[in-house]
Design a protein around this ligand. Structure first.
Ligand code: FES
Length: 106
């Protein structure tokens, strides 16, 4: 299990224990984090699992792949460090990760 924190646009923080090998989106959904709707169930087809990383974590995790970029581009509140949480696999390397959620998804 890996400790990850989701911060809503209003500043409310949700620290969760995420299961390694599953996606960050699944960790949010299983812990009822508001703002991660995940309408497509993790198929990279909806962008309702948008998260924003800080620069350090973005550098560590890397940017989105081509399909993810295509889904992110029309997303409101797109930032240079945006990712789709369904495309990020939880592992020990994510221990202490903090992500922000865009206001659009509140
Ligand atoms: S859950 Fe649909 S793109 Fe991530």
């Amino acid at each position: 299990m890996t400790k990850v924190t989701f911060i809503e646009a209003n500043g409310t923080a949700h620290e969760v224990e995420a299961r390694n090998g599953r996606s960050l989106m699944q960790a949010a959904v299983q812990n009822a984090v508001p703002g991660i709707d995940a309408d497509c169930g993790g198929q990279c087809l909806c962008a309702t699992c948008h998260i924003i990383l800080n620069d350090d974590w973005y550098a560590k995790l890397g940017g989105p792949g081509p399909d993810e970029t295509e889904m992110l581009n029309p997303t409101p509140e797109l930032t240079p460090t945006s990712r789709l949480s369904c495309q990020i696999e939880v592992s020990d390397a994510l221990e202490g990760l903090v992500v922000r959620l865009p206001a659009f998804q509140m």
